[in-house]
Structure formats: structure tokens, C-alpha cells
Ligand binder design. Structure first.
Ligand code: NAP
Length: 232
């Protein structure tokens, strides 16, 4: 069975992707900081799909935790896919740059960039051993467009995009995709913009875009879920 590590998998996009992969026969290593919802997710996936699931609570910024995630994947057989999905906004709700706390920006960079690279470094030997080794770095529209109040978070996602692009060049044997999932109605979005009551798509609705990447294995690069979903 192929093995995926998905960070931030207790809810939202990470959970939806975990369920879809389990349905396709993948074994999973999942993390999130809060143990109970993570455990509930793992139990639900195990009982519904019979996948092997290792649910390890922890913070992706903790190097020892990242090593645990990769060790758990090694026990399951290796790492075929690493999804850097866990993310920090830097301020909740988001604020204009003039009042963005610098510690908030540091946190966004630490979670969204430094930890993502740390996990890539930890997993690279196993990813290279896989016949279809892939990395998905979950990006955002805010990495490419200048939206008021999204500056700190957007800067961190832009940095993540660039790391993904360079990793794709340095590791031609892998696929490295930065993916903008588009807006989704999740806790992260509500924390970012609590006054925005407009309905947003369910994260499960964008998962087919990620599956399309895994099936088609297009070149490493940056992809948007809406465009992937439009392809026939
Ligand atoms: N929602 C949107 O509109 C939208 C748009 C563009 C891009 N994105 C991106 O999509 C990805 C998924 O976001 P989402 O909207 O699905 O968020 P979500 O529903 O709030 O889920 C975030 C997940 O990450 C975990 N997490 C957060 N910080 C973590 C850390 N430091 N270490 C380990 N786990 C951590 C959370 O659990 P704990 O809190 O228990 O740790 C949770 O499992 C993110 O990369 C986000 O930037 C979202």
C-alpha cells in the first residue's frame, strides 16, 4: 500500500484528503496539535476504509515530532506522498501589515515554511526510494495576489511556493506540487475573516483536484484546484 504523511489532518482539507486517500487504499500518518479530534478522525478512517492509520498529535514546528511522523511512515513501508497542509495565519483575525505583530509573522513563517522544509528534509530519503514520490505543499491565492490583511500569511505561502519550485528543480525524480485549493469553509477561514458569512466550498469538493495530480502526475509546479477541476 502507498503511504502518505498529511499534516493538519484532524479537520478541514487535511481530513478530507486523508479520507479520500484511505478510500483509495493508502495508509496514512496524520498529525494535528489537538489529540482528540485527530484521534476521532483516525478512528473514523480506520473503521470506514480499513486503512492503517498512525495519528500522532504534535506541532509541525517541533523537529522531534517531525522525525516521529517519518519514523511512523517508515514502519508502514515508506513515504510515497508528503502533504504539508498544517498552516498558521499569523494573526486571528487577520490584520493590516501596519499592526501585524512580528511574532505572528514569525509563527506563520515557522509553521508554513520552516516546518514544511524540515519535514521534507526528514522525509526525502524515503521519498526518493518511492517509485512515485510526491510532495504537495498547500498554498493559497494570497501567495500570488495582494489582498489587504493577508500580507503576513500570503508572504509565508509565497515563500513556501518558492521552496516548492526549487525543490522540484533539485529533485527531478520526485513530483513537487504547490497547490492553491481556493477558498473553503473551514475553521481557518473563519478565524481569518470572522465577519465573512458568505458560504464557502466544502473542503471535500476540492479533493478531486489533488487526486487528479496524483493520477496524472503532471510536472512539478504550482497548480490551482479550480483549474485542475475544470480539466476533462
Ligand atoms: N480555508 C481556506 O479558505 C483556504 C484557502 C487557501 C489555502 N488554505 C490552506 O489549506 C490548508 C488547510 O487549511 P484548512 O482551511 O483546511 O484549515 P483547518 O480546517 O483549520 O485545519 C487545519 C489543520 O491543521 C492543524 N494544525 C494547525 N497548526 C498546526 C501545527 N502547527 N502543527 C500541526 N497541525 C496543525 C489543525 O489542528 P490543530 O489546530 O489541532 O493543530 C487542523 O487539523 C492550509 O495550508 C491553508 O493555509 C485554506
Amino acid at each position: 500500500m502507498p503511504v502518505a504523511i498529511i499534516t493538519g489532518a484532524s479537520k478541514g482539507l487535511g481530513r478530507a484528503l486523508a479520507e479520500a486517500l484511505a478510500e483509495r487504499g493508502w495508509d496514512l500518518v496524520l498529525d494535528a496539535r489537538t489529540a482528540q479530534p485527530l484521534q476521532e478522525t483516525a478512528v473514523a478512517i480506520l473503521s470506514k476504509y480499513g486503512a492503517q492509520v498512525r495519528a500522532l498529535p504534535g506541532d509541525v514546528t517541533d523537529g522531534a515530532h517531525r522525525a516521529q511522523l517519518v519514523a511512523a511512515a517508515r514502519e508502514l513501508g515508506g513515504v510515497d506522498l508528503l502533504v504539508n497542509n498544517a498552516s498558521a495565519l499569523g494573526a486571528e483575525p487577520l490584520v493590516r501589515l501596519e499592526s501585524l505583530a512580528l511574532d505572528g509573522l514569525r509563527r506563520a513563517l515557522e509553521v508554513n515554511v520552516v516546518a514544511a522544509l524540515g519535514l521534507v528534509q526528514e522525509a526525502l530519503p524515503l521519498l526518493r526510494e518511492s517509485t512515485e514520490g510526491s510532495v504537495i505543499d498547500v498554498s493559497s491565492d494570497a501567495a500570488a495576489e495582494a489582498y489587504e490583511t493577508w500580507g503576513g500569511y500570503g508572504a509565508s505561502k509565497a515563500a513556501l511556493d518558492h521552496l516548492s519550485a526549487v525543490l522540484g528543480e533539485e529533485e527531478p525524480g520526485l513530483r513537487v506540487w504547490a497547490v492553491d485549493p481556493g477558498d473553503m469553509g473551514t475553521d481557518l477561514y473563519a478565524a481569518a475573516v470572522p465577519d465573512d458569512d458568505d458560504p464557502r466550498p466544502d473542503p471535500a469538493s476540492v479533493v478531486p483536484a489533488f487526486l487528479r495530480l496524483l493520477d496524472g502526475r503532471p510536472a512539478s509546479g504550482r497548480y490551482g484546484a479550480p483549474a485542475l477541476l475544470e480539466q476533462r
